[in-house]
Design a protein around this ligand. Sequence first.
Ligand code: SF4
Length: 240
Amino acid sequence: MDVMKERLRRLDSVLTEMYGPKPLRPHGDPLGELVHIILTQNTSDANSDRTYAALRAAYPSWDQAALAPPGDIADVIRMGGLSDIKAVRIGDALRRIEADFGSISLASLDTMEKTDAFDYLTSLPGVGPKTAACVLLFALGRPVFPVDTHVHRVSNRLGLVATRSPAATQAALMPAVPDEIVYQLHMNMVTHGRKACKAGRPACSRCLLQSECDWACERAQAVADSETQYAPPNSAGDNG
Ligand code: SF4
């Protein structure tokens, strides 16, 4: 039995007890997901939703967006910040996809091998492993585990990995997370990182994972050590 897979299944079951089940309902639009994620960089979800809606209203077809000068796209998405960079990235990605597939569509990813689809997406300019995994998982329901800053922090505190970047954590966890829990585990780890296992001050006292968490154990040990160090001398010592 694979110890890591068992541990991840147990983690999924505890987090589901804490935050509820998360059924996967892929929306079926990988290209829309990719462009949307490009627009989320350095802005809030609400703002990127508004920016994406403005882009689709200005360019109802991706062919129109691919032909548009970057400056025009930048004007449309200005409200989302970093508009000049994002406009170039979107235009470059659309034209590259057209050159590779003969049309501006990522529907072919659904029938490619999972690793080939992942490698293709990460070969696009400005697309990293987290974005590629999100496109495959959220749009097509392909079981590829995305790691953001929350999943990275929680994974390291729990001792699942000992890594220095979300990309390294994703490389370690992608082959290990069982397919059937990829979506639910990702969603509940993000929620756990936002609500309890925060970067500054994790709420360990109300966390059901305390007994199997390296970070909580180390902290408990540090407290015990400091109490031993500053314990008052015993009576024998006083008299000696
Ligand atoms: S016990 Fe604390 S550090 Fe460990 S996962 Fe829970 S909140 Fe995070």
